[in-house]
Design a protein around this ligand. Structure first.
Ligand code: ATP
Ligand code: MG
Length: 385
């Protein structure tokens, strides 16, 4: 930094991930700029500057580049051309190429293959011919996923036979899709790595994740939560995937562990990830701290987890009593439990399945953490896990 005026770090997107990035950047003395069209975006509300334009608006992008020393992104579907435009003027991390690959399930799977990491058996469905050919393969029952723009299980249909597959592709408006074989999952896990411009890389421990209805519900990380060999394999795969992209920034890679003990990669997110939110309270550096460091070109040191942790995702459902009656969750009862850390994203409207916040529970041992997390879940009306 030069003089008294702090550098500004910019972020494309104003969601909760951007908000937590802004918090981390500000705690290190940076100013922040957020580009998001929504006047009430979670990150825009807490940033020094909020440029309120469309993500592709040339004027907005010009303003962001003018005030930012470097720019990152916080949502997966940020238009890659906008990142390319920004990169003409400022360092942008992650780069448009890596983001573009992560945005397209076909390109993503091809990249995994190039890195020597296996994914679920799949076929591209981009034409009626391919659909009929795919149906001959051993991929059913399977999941038809749109190649682009999917998240939280959206743009996915489970299909048990050819008939259902044809119907599902019709329903998805025949956009390019991937048909994946439905695998017998034993568990799901993810790894978050951070890689600097110089290629230096660090990683968090492997997270064990529970999804409900295609949305992350619970993340658990503690000593012995997964076999060592599995963790080693997942970390090596995530690092290979980041290296193969020449990636700069924070990257999350999600894996399936199958009932026979083997592991395949599911997908990657070119940004901090919901499954890494426990790092805010259970590690000596959070995933957002590392995002700041990679963006600002600061050194990376291997983060250390100091507490066993369980994260409960707080979806809008928690604000509903039974079917439709709105309520304010009993935060006081939750916060009366030891080791609870409440994070709310500043969203004023609760909708079912909307990510409103998360609750981290930390402690010296997993047994006490689990006890508290189960009590908190019961208070909030979250199903036990
Ligand atoms: P997000 O980006 O929010 O993680 P997404 O919409 O990209 O989600 P996926 O990660 O592809 O969706 O799938 C969501 C969930 O559906 C997975 O976490 C897993 O529980 C289940 N699932 C997806 N693909 C398969 C598969 N091939 N076999 C078995 N289960 C699967
Ligand atoms: Mg996923």
């Amino acid at each position: 930094m030069s003089g008294a005026e702090p550098l500004t770090l910019g972020v494309m997107g104003g969601g909760q991930l951007g908000r937590m990035f802004v918090h981390a950047a500000q705690s290190m003395g940076y100013f922040t700029a957020v580009l998001d069209p929504d006047a009430n975006s979670p990150a825009g509300l807490v940033s020094h500057r909020h440029i309120q334009t469309a993500y592709t608006d040339p004027e907005g992008l010009k303003q962001l580049a003018a005030c930012s020393a470097a720019i990152t992104t916080e949502f997966e579907n940020v238009p890659a051309p906008a990142l390319r435009e920004l990169a003409k003027q400022r360092p942008v991390a992650p780069g448009a190429e890596a983001v573009a690959i992560a945005q397209d399930r076909l390109a993503e799977k091809a990249h995994f293959g190039q890195c020597g990491v296996a994914c679920a058996p799949y076929a591209a469905i981009e034409s009626a011919d391919q659909l009929e050919a795919a149906s001959l393969q051993n991929l059913l029952p399977g999941i038809l996923k749109t190649a682009r723009m999917g998240y939280d299980g959206k743009g996915q249909v489970r299909v048990k036979d050819v008939q259902a597959l044809r119907q599902a592709w019709q329903d998805l408006k025949q956009v390019p899709c991937v048909l994946e074989k439905m695998l017998p999952l034993a568990l799901e896990c993810s790894v978050i790595v951070a890689r600097g411009r110089d290629g230096q890389m660090v990683n968090f421990p492997v997270q064990r994740n529970l999804h409900r209805d295609g949305i992350l519900a619970v993340t658990e990380v503690y000593e012995g939560h997964l076999p060592d060999a599995l963790q080693t394999q997942a970390i090596a795969a995530a690092r290979a995937i980041a290296n193969g992209l020449n990636y700069v920034g924070v990257l999350c890679v999600e894996f399936f562990v199958l009932q026979d003990g083997s592991m395949v990669v599911n997908e990657m997110a070119p940004r901090p990830h919901n499954s890494g939110h426990y790092t805010l309270d259970a590690c000596d550096q959070s995933q957002f701290d590392l995002q700041v460091r990679t963006l600002a070109g600061l050194p990376l040191t291997q983060p250390r987890q100091h507490s066993a942790a369980i994260m409960l995702n707080l979806l809008g459902d928690v604000w509903f009593d039974g079917q439709s009656k709105m309520r304010t969750p009993d935060w006081a009862a939750v916060l009366a439990l030891p080791g609870t850390h409440l994070h709310l994203y500043g969203k004023t409207q609760a909708r079912k399945a909307r990510k409103m916040g998360h609750l981290n529970v930390t402690g010296a041992s997993i047994s006490e953490v689990r006890q508290v997390a189960l009590k908190a879940a019961a208070i909030l009306g979250i199903e036990a896990f």
